[in-house]
Design a protein around this ligand. Structure first.
Ligand code: ZN
Length: 77
C-alpha cells in the first residue's frame, strides 16, 4: 500500500487531531510506511511521526513491521 501525498497529509492531520490519544496498531501501521520513507530521506519527523515513533518504542509487532519496511525500501533504492 502506498499513500499519495494528499492521502498522507489527510492521514497525518487525522493523527495530529488525536494527538492526546496514543496510536493504536492499526493507525501506526497505516502511517509506518510513510514514516520509514521519511526516516530514510533524513527528514525531521513531524508531530504525527513522533507518535509513530512513540508507538514503535512500545509495540514489538509494529516495530518488526517497521524494520521489515525499512529493509524493503532500502532494498529497492
Ligand atoms: Zn502496534
Amino acid at each position: 500500500m502506498k499513500l499519495d501525498e494528499r492521502q498522507l497529509s489527510d492521514l497525518l492531520r487525522t493523527l495530529t487531531l488525536t494527538e492526546n490519544a496514543e496510536l493504536n496498531c492499526e493507525e501506526c501501521l497505516a502511517a509506518v510506511a510513510a514514516y520509514a520513507e521519511s526516516e530514510l530521506a533524513g527528514k525531521t519527523p513531524t508531530e504525527a511521526f513522533h507518535q509513530v515513533q512513540q508507538h514503535l518504542k512500545v509495540c514489538a509487532d509494529c516495530n518488526e513491521e517497521y524494520r521489515a519496511l525499512l529493509e524493503a525500501i532500502q532494498g529497492i533504492s
